[in-house]
Design a protein around this ligand. Structure first.
Ligand code: NDP
Length: 257
């Protein structure tokens, strides 16, 4: 078989990116669109999602929005059914929506634990299940789960977040176990430290920044655009035999102590 002349193009593909009204999700939406995909923007607030869609369309990107809370199983199922019926097949799903909450374990409230798990872990299950049921019928589809360096490493005050992202790593492998035979590729993309709203507390902490730059072999924070190439790769035919893997885009952080 001849190699495809341009295995990274996503023309004609439709990508749903959860939690894409800002931050990494919005950047990944732009990245996938640059490779040719049309995108579906998601968040919990209609006005914000529609504003982002309008901005993307003004940039020449084919964008629609679907407003739902990833933590709500039945709301997700109806929203995905509506997208599939009204817009068409979802070829690529990026499970990006996620939250952080910082407190030591002895102080962490059960309410905050549940809110975090429901978004970071239940959300990945809810949206993947709803989308995969359609993908399985078509015998193809790409799912990219956004993990973290905390899929591997813990830090003080974010143990529940690390637990949720470690679980996302295993859920990625489990999806591969159940769905690879149906023609789906499910992989994880695990960012290091990037300056977004979620990390505002760290960005404003000069001591943390100094520590991070020393701890990261690349010697700096990541730039969100640097995640796009990895996402395009995992969403593309170039990754048709890559399954159940986590791709760390972290300046080398998880490779060294
Ligand atoms: P942001 O806080 O900047 O953005 C989070 C996005 O998720 C927003 O669009 C938000 O929209 C949406 N969201 C939150 N809760 C829900 C929900 N229940 N349903 C639907 N959408 C939701 O975060 P980042 O861009 O920094 O993070 C994105 C992902 O990347 C997360 O999974 C995070 O854990 C991961 N990550 C981030 C790193 C970083 O350095 N920033 C490092 C490693 C991983 P709205 O609130 O309007 O619904």
């Amino acid at each position: 078989m001849q190699p495809h002349p341009d295995p990274f193009r996503l023309d004609g593909q439709r990508a749903l990116i959860t939690g894409s009204v800002r931050g990494i999700g919005l950047t990944l939406a732009r990245g996938l669109a640059t490779a040719g995909a049309s995108v579906i923007i998601n968040g919990r607030h209609r006005a914000a999602a529609e504003d982002v869609c309008a901005t993307l369309r003004a940039e020449g990107i084919r964008a629609d929005c679907s407003v739902f809370d990833v933590a709500e199983h039945s709301e997700v199922a109806s929203a995905i059914a509506a997208v599939e019926q009204e817009l068409g097949a979802i070829d690529i799903l990026v499970n990006n929506a996620g939250i952080q909450h910082r407190a030591t374990l002895e102080e962490f409230t059960p309410q905050d634990w549940q809110r975090l798990m429901r978004t970071n872990l239940d959300g990945v299950f809810n949206v993947s299940q709803a989308v995969a049921r359609h993908m399985i019928g078509r015998g193809r589809g790409k799912i990219i789960n956004i993990g973290s360096v905390q899929s591997e490493l813990a830090r003080p005050t974010i143990a529940p977040y690390a637990a949720s992202k470690g679980a996302v790593r295993m859920l990625t492998r489990g999806m591969c176990a159940d769905w690879a035979r149906h023609g789906l590729q499910i992989n994880g993309l695990a960012p290091g430290y990037f300056q977004t709203e979620l990390n505002r507390a760290l960005v404003q902490d000069a001591e943390f920044s100094r520590w991070l730059c020393q701890r990261t072999p690349a010697g700096r924070w990541g730039k969100v655009e640097e995640l796009c190439g990895a996402a395009v790769f995992l969403a593309s035919r170039a990754a048709d035999f890559v399954n159940g893997q986590m791709l760390y885009v972290d300046g080398g952080l998880t490779s060294v102590v």
